[in-house]
Design a protein around this ligand. Structure first.
Ligand SMILES: Nc1ncnc2c1ncn2[C@@H]1O[C@H](COP(=O)(O)OP(=O)(O)OP(=O)(O)O)[C@@H](O)[C@H]1O
Length: 224
């Protein structure tokens, strides 16, 4: 299993007024699987993704991702472990505005220790159909193009896992569908495992498995 989460809880706020956001989530994902995470607004999807991607710590339970026990790692070790193993694609793209497309893709690979990061960035951008936009800045790219750069950036270091939080949320339907075609293509080509938060049932249907959260718990799982 590339993700093995057991009885994961997340409680925020002070002891007098705690907010129970995740209430005991058991969740396992096989290597190479694509999983859609559905659920109403506020059900805990983004919180679960933050925990599984190592950006936030669970309050309780066990989280093992890509063979690592997150609870056993300190902040520095966790940050280092994430690099290269976990790629993230967000709704709002989050490219660095002062860097070109090539630099946005190359820099994370350099940080992950690659010595040919720029050549690899060019290949990644070509793979998402942006070989002719290498030196463009984010402001010079359309929303769909920016998200394709974000996909190249996330997949470039060949992560074991890719997390995508509403990756088509800022795109029109046709552009969103093209972006998802690319994300699935690149996921399959690289053998990555994909977890995608979405409100779009059509997108969810394209995944191997659909998991639905409700009020901090898994309420259905097509893989069970
Ligand atoms: N730092 C925080 N402090 C207190 N409550 C929080 C905090 N972060 C999130 N929450 C609450 O946790 C719940 C789950 O939030 P989360 O963002 O995980 O939901 P979601 O399912 O991703 O929602 P959406 O689809 O709207 O993005 C919400 O009720 C939210 O208000």
């Amino acid at each position: 299993m590339v993700i093995a989460a057991r009885d994961v809880t997340l409680t925020l706020g002070d002891a007098a007024a705690p907010t129970h956001i995740l209430k005991g989530v058991d969740f396992a994902v096989r290597r190479g699987e694509s999983v859609a995470l559905l659920g109403p607004s506020g059900s805990g999807k983004s919180s679960l993704m933050a925990i599984l991607s190592g950006l936030e710590r669970a309050t309780g339970g066990e989280v093992r991702v890509a063979g690592l026990d997150f609870a056993a790692l300190d902040e520095d070790e966790l940050a280092k472990a994430r690099r290269g193993r976990i790629g993230i694609v967000l709704q709002a793209f989050h490219l660095l505005p002062t860097m070109t497309a090539r630099e946005n893709v190359a820099v994370p690979m350099e940080l992950a220790g690659s010595d040919d990061a720029f050549a690899r960035a060019d290949a990644e951008l070509a793979a998402v159909g942006l070989g002719h936009r290498l030196d463009h800045y984010p402001a010079q790219l359309s929303g769909g193009e920016q998200q394709r750069v974000a996909i190249a950036r996330a997949l470039g270091p060949r992560p074991t896992l890719v997390f995508a939080d509403e990756p088509t949320g800022n795109l029109d339907a046709a552009t969103g569908a093209q972006v998802m075609d690319l994300l699935f293509d690149r996921q399959r080509a690289t053998g990555a495992t994909l977890l995608v938060i979405t409100h779009d049932p059509a997108l969810a249907e394209r995944c191997d498995r659909i998991v639905t959260l409700g009020d901090g718990r898994i309420v259905s799982d097509s893989g069970r």
